[in-house]
Design a protein around this ligand. Sequence first.
Ligand SMILES: [Zn+2]
Length: 148
Amino acid sequence: MNSSDLTLHIINNIGLDSIEGEYVVFTKGTKNFAILPNFMLHELLTKNSKDSYTRLHIPVLVELQLIRDAWGSGIRVTSSYRSPDYNKSINGATASEHAKGRALDIQPINGKIGNFKSMVKSVKKSGGRGYYKSFVHIDTGRTRTWQG
Ligand SMILES: [Zn+2]
């Protein structure tokens, strides 16, 4: 599926109650289903153990699937939405794109992080890209790259 097909797939399947503008909002009580060809909704929940409210920018979800397509193997989401309080509690950057629901931290399930970083570099040309030891941060904020 291309970007517009993926966007429509998300909007049509999650239901209008879970759409807020360009964002999807859900909790662990929201029915789990394949929001993307290779990702179940609950894989994208916040990692906050105290509150499962999650708000994610639809374009970053589309990017996640396009990266999964290019990688051709399993990807784990290690961080997604962070409420402002939760972001503070884990010493996340202030004004983190995670707190805006525009960022995901992702890693290859097969552990081949070097190859994974090279693939992300070739596929994602805009927004934020942070390359860390064991994961890659992607976001739909302003275009920039950094090494974690
Ligand atoms: Zn991140």
